[in-house]
Structure formats: C-alpha cells, structure tokens
Design a protein around this ligand. Structure first.
Ligand SMILES: Nc1ncnc2c1ncn2[C@@H]1O[C@H](COP(=O)(O)OP(=O)(O)OP(=O)(O)O)[C@@H](O)[C@H]1O
Length: 454
C-alpha cells in the first residue's frame, strides 16, 4: 500500500468510527430520555411515516373522496408528528437524534466508498479520427446546438456536421449508415439519449468510435460516461484530444438503448398524448387504473432464471444503477459490467406502500436484480414501452439483452468524470472497517477495503 492509499484508508477508518459514534449517540439520546418519552419519539415517528405512506398510496391509487383523504393523511401525518413533538417538548431530543442519525448515515456511506474506491472505466489512447461526422439536433435541450455554437466548434475541429431536420421524422440510423458508407471514421451525436442510442448501434456495428455531445435535456448517458453536462461544447474536445472507453449497449426487441427501458405504469403514462403538456395531471388521472389493475397490463417477467409475477412497473437498465430508488435512480457506477440492471415493483395496497417507505430496498414489493436477459410477458399483443424516454408500443413477449463491450466511445481526455456514488450502508462492513487496524508495512496488504466492500 503506498502512502496515499494508507492515508485514504486511515480517513475511511476515521469516518467509519465517527459514523458508529454518531449512531450510538442517536440511540443513547433516545434511551437517556426514556423517562420523558424517548422511545415514544421512535414509535410516533414510525407511525407518522407509515400513515403518510398509506396516504400517498390512497392519493395515487384512488380518485374522489378517497384521494382527498389520502392526500390529507400524507400531509397531515408528518405535520401531526411535528406538532406532537413540539407540544410535548420532545422536539429537541427528536431533532438531535435525527441529526446524529443523519450524520451516522452520511459518514458511514462516505467511509465505505473511500475504503473501496471505484475503479473508473479504463480509457485507452487512440489516434484522432480523420473523417468524423456529427449529427446534431437543433431542437435538443431547447436549442443547445445553437446556444453553445456546436456546429462551428465541430467544424473547426475537422468534423462534418449533419443537421437533423425536425420538421419531418428523420431516420437517424439511416443517416448514420450513409455517413459510414461515405467514409466516416467516427459518428457523433449532439442530441437526446434516444438519438444517441440509434447512432451508437450503427457505430458499434461498424466498429468505429462513437462520440456523445451532451446537447439533450437529461443527458444521462453523458453523465455516466463522465462528460460535461453543463457545457456540451467541451464534449467536442474528444475530436482533437480524446481517448476511448469500451462500453456495453442494451437491446430491446432488436432496438438499441443506452440507458433504460421502462415497462408498466410509467411507460403507459408517457404514451398518453396529453403527457407532454401536463405531466402531473396526466399521471394522477391514469394512476388509479394502472395501479389497481383495471387498465395497466400485468407483467410477468423472466429475469435469467428468476420469475417475477405480475409486476406493475419494471425498469431495465444498461448496467445496474448504484442506488435502489425507483423515483430517482441516480447513476450507474460503470457501463462496461456486461449486465442489465432490473428493478421490478409490485405494490398492491396501503400496507405494502407503508412497508416500502419503512424498508426501502428490502421491501417485499421491490425486486432488485442483475441479469443478461429479461423477457416481459403480458396478455396483450403489444405493450407500451419507454426506450431511453421515448414512448413505443412493442409486440409481446419483449426481450431485453445486453451486448457487452460492443461500443467504443471517444471522450475528451480532460473531462469532469462521473461524480462518486456512495454505496448502500452495510453496518456489518462498517463495523469491520471501524475496528480494523492500519498495517502500514509495505507488502502486508490491507484487506479491510475488500472486506468492507465485498
Ligand atoms: N429523428 C428525429 N427526426 C425528427 N425530429 C426529431 C428526431 N429525434 C428527435 N426529434 C425532435 O427533436 C426534439 C428534441 O428531441 P431530443 O430527444 O433530441 O432532445 P430532448 O428531448 O431535448 O432530450 P432528452 O431526450 O434528453 O429529453 C423533439 O421535439 C423531437 O421530436
């Protein structure tokens, strides 16, 4: 272990101890105030969380009076808990315990991340392209191509630019194939992730590098590649001063995807013509029928050797997401792991919604897996599917698979890099890290990082 590794491990160990100390202090404060209702804080807080989650379920899955009552409960339960803490004078203990608990979680996750630094995707040096072609969508991201002067910068860097005509529906894959036939030795896209995927598949098929310019609205693929999302012009530096990553590409029903394929409630809602104009209203209107099974297709899913029955929503991703949060999946640690991430949800009622709120990723209604192939069966002949955010209808059964290492992506040598993602908190690993002893003798090794990260 060199000096900097030893320093990192020492820092991680210190943070792990701090985390345990904060956690113990959070519990000790509650116990110390037993006489004046310490444990009551926990019981009331938990009851408030369960009631709020049940309220959210009723508000989403019903209409009319039940929806109104659910919304009232979702807002009223946490408010009632706060009023109870304030009136009984327990708020100081509750707040102190909450802050210490929060500090324990944060320190613990950072400690585990530091103890097991993520190895970034390996980049290799490659000669610059001679005849690069960049397809640009002037409408993407509300006009980023024009705003950031991308056409001019790409041309100055030696690329031929093909501007997409958005007045008609253009076959971008055909455009890309034509560019290759005319001699392109790199294909780039300044546009949304759906367009990125279509052109990436052409680049992969011809084994030429692909270049991502973060000119879309969300740019999830660019983010996980570690590119600059705030300034898409910086992505074009790859043309003159770049290196290559080799990543995986997903396929759904023979169509490529770079990020996610979504089935069920979300896919059904984004199909709705009213969705773009009024997202929240459309979702609220559709959810009761989708969640209670009156309208949404029940999805039976084969995830390699595992069967998931009657899922309401399913998210399949090109490599798994770091955090298990269906509403904010965050980011993928790497794009070259060769597996699909799978997140299936089935919540049938208020009790399961409450369980999800309390147990999070360990709830029985949530399935988190990785796989090489996912097949979605449904009774209907076609089902709505959102592929990289684009609404489609695909014939059943729908099969997703992954093509490991087929895509060469040329990225700038100087790039922000992907932000670090904290791993889920595992107390066993944290305790092992906290009680480990430093062994600075060269060659003795330090297994704590491996033990902590497993
Ligand atoms: N192949 C295409 N032909 C014609 N118009 C297209 C094509 N692809 C996208 N568009 C249009 O261009 C606009 C921008 O789409 P695009 O997906 O590139 O960017 P975005 O929506 O800003 O980004 P994101 O996909 O991250 O939300 C949309 O109005 C879309 O209809």
């Amino acid at each position: 272990m060199d000096t900097s590794d030893a320093g990192t491990m020492a820092g991680a160990r210190l943070l792990a101890r701090l985390s345990l100390l904060c956690g113990l202090a959070a519990v000790a404060i509650l116990l110390a105030f037993t006489g004046s209702g310490g444990p009551l804080i926990l019981v009331i807080g938990l009851a408030g969380l369960v009631a709020a989650a049940a309220g959210v379920w009723w508000a989403l899955a019903h209409r009319g009076v039940v929806r109104g009552a659910g919304a009232l409960l979702a807002v009223g339960a946490p408010a009632a808990v706060l009023v109870f803490y304030a009136r009984t004078g327990l708020w100081v203990v509750a707040l102190a315990s909450l802050l210490l608990g929060g500090a324990a979680l944060t320190c613990g996750r950072v400690a585990l991340r530091r103890a097991r630094p993520q190895r970034g995707m390996a980049a290799i040096a490659c000669p610059a392209p001679v005849r690069p072609v960049v397809i640009m969508n002037p409408m993407s991201g509300g006009g980023k191509v024009g705003r950031f002067g991308l056409v001019e910068k790409a041309q100055r860097s030696g690329a031929r630019v093909v501007l997409l005509d958005t007045a008609v529906s253009t076959d971008v894959a055909a455009l890309a194939r034509r560019a290759v036939a005319e001699g392109a030795d790199l294909l780039g896209v300044a546009g949304g992730d759906g367009t990125q995927a279509l052109v990436a598949a052409v680049a992969a098929a011809h084994d030429i590098p692909f270049m991502v310019v973060s000119a879309g609205t969300r740019n999830h693929f660019a983010m996980d590649l570690g590119l600059d999302r705030a300034d898409p012009a910086r992505c074009l530096d790859a043309l003159t001063d770049g290196e290559e990553l080799t990543v995986d590409l997903g396929t759904v029903a023979g169509r490529p995807f770079v990020n996610t394929v979504s089935f069920g409630a979300y896919a059904q809602i984004v199909q709705s013509p009213e969705y773009r104009a009024a997202k929240a209203g459309t979702a609220l209107n559709a959810l009761p029928d989708l969640l209670l099974g009156n309208q949404g297709e029940r999805l039976d899913v084969q995830v390699d050797g595992t069967r998931l029955e009657s899922q309401q929503a399913l998210l399949v991703s090109n490599n798994p997401y770091a955090a298990v949060d269906p509403l904010a999946p965050g980011r993928r640690l790497r794009l070259d792991g060769g597996t699909l991430g799978v997140l299936g949800i089935r919540v049938d009622g208020a009790v399961q919604a409450a369980e999800l709120a309390v147990r999070g990723g360990r709830a029985t209604g949530l399935h988190v897996l990785t796989a090489h192939q996912v097949t979605v069966h449904a009774a209907a002949e076609t089902i709505p599917v959102a592929v990289d955010g684009e609404a489609l209808n695909l014939p059943t059964p729908v099969t997703c698979s992954i093509n490991p290492g087929v895509l060469r992506v040329r990225v700038p040598r100087s790039r922000p890099g992907a932000p670090p993602a904290n791993p889920p908190l595992n107390w066993r690993h944290l305790i092992a890290l906290a009680v480990s002893r430093s062994r600075s003798t060269a060659g003795s090794g330090d297994r704590t990082g491996e033990a902590a990260g497993e």
